[in-house]
Design a protein around this ligand. Structure first.
Ligand code: GLN
Length: 449
C-alpha cells in the first residue's frame, strides 16, 4: 500500500482511537522524496511506521498520554527513531498508550481508550495499545513501543500480532521517556517475523547517548531466519497450571508443546518456584524507579502548569502534579516513595532486589540446558472495556507471565497462533531466551508462522 492509502485507512479507523496525531503532509512529502531516490534508499525504504507517544521525535509533540506534558515538543529524536529514518522509514504518526506506559489496557490515557479491532467492545491491551492496534488494523506496517513489564508483548497478544521485547541494552533508550529505567526497552510490533527482524537490526546497537546499551555486535537478524530442527524448550508446569490462567490458553499451549516434541524438539518441564514472587517484586522495583524518574515533572521546566494564582514553591509543585498526573500514575508514585522510604526500604526495596537476582540466576541456569522457555503471554484474552478498571491489583497480577523477562533483562517474543474457542479472540504463546539470543527467537518463531 502507498502512504496515501495508509492515511486514508487511518481516517476510516479513527474510532479505534489508536492514533493521537497523524503526520499527513510530512509523511506524503517524505514518500515523494523517497520516490525520487534510487530504490532502495535504505533497509527500510518506504516502510510506514507509527511511534508510541513515549518516543522523542524532533519537532513533534510528545506527551506520554499525560496531561502533565501538554504542549511539550521534542527537541531531539530518540536514537531508535533516528535510525529508522536514516534507513528510509516513513513515520506516519504518534500512537496512544497508557499514561507513562503504566497499565495493561490502554484505558489510563488522557486521550481515552483504544479499541481492539478484533472486537471493538474489548480493550487493546497495554500499555502500547495504540501501537498494537495500528498494526493489527493495517494502519501502518510496523510500530515501535516500549516494554517495561509486557507492554509490547501483551497488547500484541491481545491483537493477534507479533511483539518483540529485545534484551535489555540491545536497543538504546536514548529519547525514550523513562518509566523504570532498569526494565525499559523499546520493542517492535509487526505482522511477520522478517519485518520484525529487519527493524530490530536497524534500531539495535551501541550508542554514546545511553550508557546501559550493549556493545555486543548486531547480527544481520533478517538474514538469519532459518530455524534449526531441534531446539531444547523448557516450560514451567506451575505456570501452565496456574489458577489464574484461562483453561483454553493452557490447553492450547500444552498442545503446542506436544506438537514441538513430536516434531523432534526436546520439550521438558522445569520446576519453577518463584512464580508468586515475581509480580510483587516487579511492582516494588518499578514503582521505586518511576517515583524517581517522574520527579522531574513539576510544571517548572516544561509541560503542564496549573492556571491561576501561583502559591509558594512546594504548593506550586503539588498543584501542578496533582492536576497533571492521572490516577494510576499517582498510585505508583505513592507506592514507589513508600517502598523507598527509610523505614520500609529494607523490607521492600532490598528484598525485591534480592528476588530479582535470584530469578536472574535461576533463569541463567535454565538457559544452560535450554534454548527457550515457553510461557503464555497473558492469563486471558483481551477482556471487555471497563471490566477490570476498578481492580488495580487484579490488573497487576495479570502481568505474571511477562514481567519475568524484564526483571532478568532477557529477550522475549509474543507469537500469535490461536483463536479462543469461546471468546473468538486471538492469542499466542511467549518464548524467552538467554540474553542476546534474538537470532534463535526470531528464527524459531519464523518457522512456526
Ligand atoms: N502492565 C505493566 C505495568 O503496568 C507493564 C507496563 C509496561 O511494560 N510499560 O507496569
Amino acid at each position: 500500500a502507498t502512504v496515501a492509502e495508509y492515511l486514508e485507512k487511518i481516517k476510516t479507523h479513527q474510532h479505534l482511537n489508536a492514533f493521537i496525531e497523524i503526520y499527513e503532509q510530512e509523511a506524503l512529502a517524505r514518500a515523494q522524496a523517497l520516490d525520487a531516490l534510487p530504490f532502495p534508499a535504505g533497509k527500510l525504504h518506504g516502510v510506514v511506521i507509527s511511534l508510541k507517544d513515549v518516543l522523542c521525535h524532533k519537532g513533534h509533540q510528545l506527551s506520554a498520554a499525560s496531561k502533565i506534558l501538554e504542549g511539550f515538543t521534542s527537541v531531539f529524536s530518540a536514537t531508535a527513531v533516528q535510525r529508522l529514518q536514516a534507513e528510509g522509514a516513513i513515520i506516519i504518526g504518534r500512537v496512544n498508550c497508557d499514561e507513562f506506559a503504566m497499565g495493561s489496557t490502554n484505558e489510563n490515557s488522557v486521550y481515552g481508550k483504544v479499541l481492539n479491532a478484533a472486537d471493538e467492545s474489548r480493550i487493546s491491551g497495554g500499555s502500547s495499545g495504540g501501537s498494537a492496534v495500528s498494526v493489527q488494523a493495517g494502519l501502518c506496517m510496523v510500530s515501535l513501543g516500549s516494554d517495561t513489564g509486557g507492554s509490547v508483548r501483551q497488547p500484541a497478544d491481545f491483537c493477534g500480532i507479533i511483539g518483540l521485547k529485545p534484551t535489555y541494552g540491545r536497543v538504546s533508550r536514548y529519547g525514550l521517556i523513562a518509566y523504570a529505567s532498569s526494565f525499559d526497552q523499546i520493542g517492535i510490533f509487526a505482522k511477520n517475523i522478517p519485518d520484525t527482524a529487519l527493524v530490530l537490526e536497524v534500531i539495535s546497537g551501541a550508542d554514546d547517548f545511553d550508557s546501559t546499551v550493549s556493545n555486543e555486535p548486531v547480527p544481520v537478524y533478517s538474514g538469519a531466519l532459518t530455524s534449526g530442527s531441534s531446539y531444547r524448550i523448557a516450560y514451567f508446569p506451575e505456570a501452565l497450571d496456574h489458577e489464574s490462567l484461562d483453561p483454553e490458553i493452557s490447553r492450547a499451549i500444552k498442545k503446542q508443546l506436544a506438537d514441538w516434541e513430536a516434531e523432534g524438539h526436546t520439550v521438558q518441564p522445569v520446576h519453577f518456584d518463584l512464580l508468586e514472587y515475581i509480580v510483587p517484586t516487579y511492582y516494588v522495583l518499578t514503582t521505586a524507579e518511576a517515583a524517581s524518574n517522574l520527579s522531574r515533572y513539576d510544571g517548572v521546566k516544561y509541560g503542564y502548569r496549573s492556571a491561576g494564582p501561583q502559591p509558594e514553591l512546594d504548593d506550586f509543585y503539588k498543584k501542578n502534579r496533582s492536576e497533571g498526573f492521572g490516577k494510576e500514575v499517582k498510585r505508583r508514585i505513592l507506592l514507589g516513595n513508600f517502598v523507598l522510604s527509610s523505614g520500609y526500604y529494607d523490607a521492600y526495596f532490598t528484598q525485591a532486589q534480592k528476588v530479582r537476582k535470584i530469578l536472574t540466576n535461576n533463569l541463567q541456569l535454565i538457559f544452560r540446558d535450554f534454548d527457550f522457555i515457553c510461557l503464555p503471554v497473558s492469563p486471558s484474552v483481551a477482556f471487555k472495556i471497563g471490566e477490570k478498571t476498578e481492580d488495580p491489583i487484579a490488573m497487576y497480577i495479570a502481568d505474571i507471565y511477562t514481567v519475568m523477562a524484564n526483571l532478568a533483562g532477557i529477550p522475549a517474543i509474543a507469537v500469535p497462533k490461536f483463536t479462543h474457542p469461546v471468546h473468538r479472540m486471538p492469542f499466542g504463546f511467549q518464548l524467552m531466551a538467554a540474553p542476546f539470543k534474538e537470532v534463535s527467537l526470531l528464527a524459531f518463531s519464523n518457522n512456526i508462522l
